[in-house]
Ligand binder design. Structure first.
Ligand code: 6GU
Length: 240
């Protein structure tokens, strides 16, 4: 998978070279390129934003600069990329969307700052048949200062679903939100069996796999009921 990220603060994306993703890049499973949006600014001050039409606070990022950046990335591409625009007003990012995007060959993240990117950018590229699709995506109900951290979150969630990236493919299947029953996961324990007077539940040390599985299901159900009742009412389908 090829991933391009365009940002005014390229060093925000440095963590992509660490850990699992760093290894995946060395192995050639994923190729990540970070681009500085300002490289495509053409005016003498290399501005990338301007005041909003209709008034109001803050600045809006220029469609002209974004157009140059995204066209030039498309020129280098070998397949039609998916354009992802992180924004708190987008569709919710969830495990189903992560799994869908994990099957794509080329993703381009356009990270906005300030009050966001001129809305015509998304409209233009969704009409451009040289792009597979455009998705405006939010990672949750809160506002970040820019799209960079949201892109990091999405890239981590997406790439760990690519075959060959995780050491143990089974650990993907068992994660919260990816199981058949769409529950969050229950508690986990390791040695020692007693730590600061807290004991690991006896059933987990019983060696009875049937009892262990039933206990884990019950725990997952209880935890979901208390923290995420919305997951139980939606009956969301299995993403994998
Ligand atoms: Cl994708 N971007 C920003 N700036 N804030 C957010 C977000 C994205 N998702 C939640 N809050």
């Amino acid at each position: 998978m090829k991933i391009d990220v365009v940002s005014l603060f390229p060093s925000y994306l440095n963590p992509l070279n660490l850990s699992l993703l760093g290894k995946a890049q060395e192995q050639g499973i994923v190729q990540i390129a970070i681009h500085d949006l300002r490289d495509w600014a053409t005016d003498p001050h290399r501005n990338v934003d301007d005041t909003p039409y209709g008034g109001g606070p803050g600045m809006v990022m220029s469609p002209v600069v974004w157009g140059e950046a995204l066209d030039s990335i498309r020129e280098q591409a070998v397949v039609d990329p998916v354009l992802i625009i992180p924004t708190p007003s987008g569709q919710p990012f969830d495990q189903l969307l992560a799994a869908t995007l994990a099957r794509e060959e080329h993703l381009v993240f356009a990270c906005g700052r300030y009050e966001g990117i001129d809305s015509r950018v998304g409209v233009h590229y969704s009409r451009d048949e040289r792009w597979d699709s455009v998705k405006e995506v939010s990672i949750g109900d809160y506002v970040l200062a820019g799209g960079e951290v949201a892109a990091l979150v999405m890239i981590e969630a997406i790439t760990r679903l690519i075959p060959g990236i995780l050491g143990n493919p089974e650990s993907v299947i068992d994660d919260s939100f990816s199981r058949l029953d769409c529950l969050v996961e229950g508690p986990v324990f390791t040695k020692p069996p007693i730590w600061r007077e807290l004991e690991v539940p006896q059933v987990l040390r019983s060696g009875n796999h049937g009892l262990v599985n039933q206990w884990r299901k019950d725990q997952a159900q209880a935890r979901t009921e208390s923290f995420r009742p919305d997951l139980l009412s939606d009956r969301a389908e299995d993403p994998l």
